[in-house]
Design a protein around this ligand. Sequence first.
Ligand SMILES: C[S@@+](CC[C@H](N)C(=O)[O-])C[C@H]1O[C@@H](n2cnc3c(N)ncnc32)[C@H](O)[C@@H]1O
Ligand code: SF4
Length: 359
Amino acid sequence: MNKKILLGMTPTELKAVAKSLGMPAFTGDQIANWMYVQHVRSIDEMTNISKTNRACLAEQYEIGCVDPIDAQHSEDGTIKYLFPVRTTSYKEGEAGNEKTSPKFVETVYIPDGERATLCVSCEVGCKMNCLFCQTGKQGFQGYLSAADILNQIYSLPERESLTNIVFMGQGEPMDNLDNVLRTTEILTAPYAFAWSPKRITVSTIGIKNELKRFIEESDCHLAVSLHSPFHEQRAELMPIERTTPVEEIVDLLRNYDFSHQRRLSFEYIVFEGINDSKEHARAIVRLLEGLFCRVNLIRFHPIPHVNLHGADDKQMESFRNYLTTHGIHTTIRASRGQDILAACGLLNTSRKADGDCCK
Ligand SMILES: C[S@@+](CC[C@H](N)C(=O)[O-])C[C@H]1O[C@@H](n2cnc3c(N)ncnc32)[C@H](O)[C@@H]1O
Ligand code: SF4
């Protein structure tokens, strides 16, 4: 029998589990504390629960944490982990692709002086098919459960040194919003990891209704992938633009206040000769006028069979300077882990199921 997984459950749900097994409701709080505060790896370690009750719980349940099975080390200190995925789901009508099991996701640990950022994945692959992204090339093989998203943090060898988490790995967070929100709730709740939401950034291409829900139900920072201010060009780079133009996303964002603790940023990969002109910079200034936000310029990390090239440093700096002098706080993001294919947009686990995982 496949055991049910406790990781990702809220205290209310854990109390219901305890009661269903004939235990007092407060056992649910004890389980939450053992998992989310003490980070134990087995039910047997929950020593303030009686031996009999632990055995009873373990008959049907397990924590559901699983260690990474591979780690690649970059020369810049970045580490890319490969995590097995326990359960994936699909929305109604989406073809399941269960034959590719076992499934894996990649998670990237990025130490940087006093900071240590973890880039987590929320889906196996991605269905959004952005032209420039290697995860998009993988296609979509399922939504991660909150347990599998959380496990990337729970089972990370460097967990205690983490200062920030970014949802910038495989997958589109707004496409798996319930599980992403459940994860950020557990990461920020006082009963659990108790992280400030200001240490967590969720990146999205902009799916309107879900984005609205995310803004209203979470306090985490938000990053929107822009990449072109022009409709036709953005649609060529990012198919989502055809159904949800970024102008609609910006209009939505104008309804909320990002001038205090919560940060709104736009990510912009600078492609040589494609989106690095003065016209682009001017159009960005027009698009974002009056919005309290910043722009992060990203270097393009080349992927096979895609004829796009990154702009050089001089061009990126001049683009940044134009935006900055026109009132938009703009930074150039350092690329990390490119030598081990861990940099933004390079994650891909399509071949891992064929036994290629440790090469
Ligand atoms: C991999 S995505 C995951 C989060 C979300 N799906 C999104 O697109 O915002 C994280 C960031 O990587 C960027 N990215 C994708 N492919 C890239 C590439 N080849 N080089 C640089 N950045 C890339 C995306 O545009 C996005 O800003
Ligand atoms: S850039 Fe983001 S949304 Fe686009 S394919 Fe990659 S992971 Fe998916």
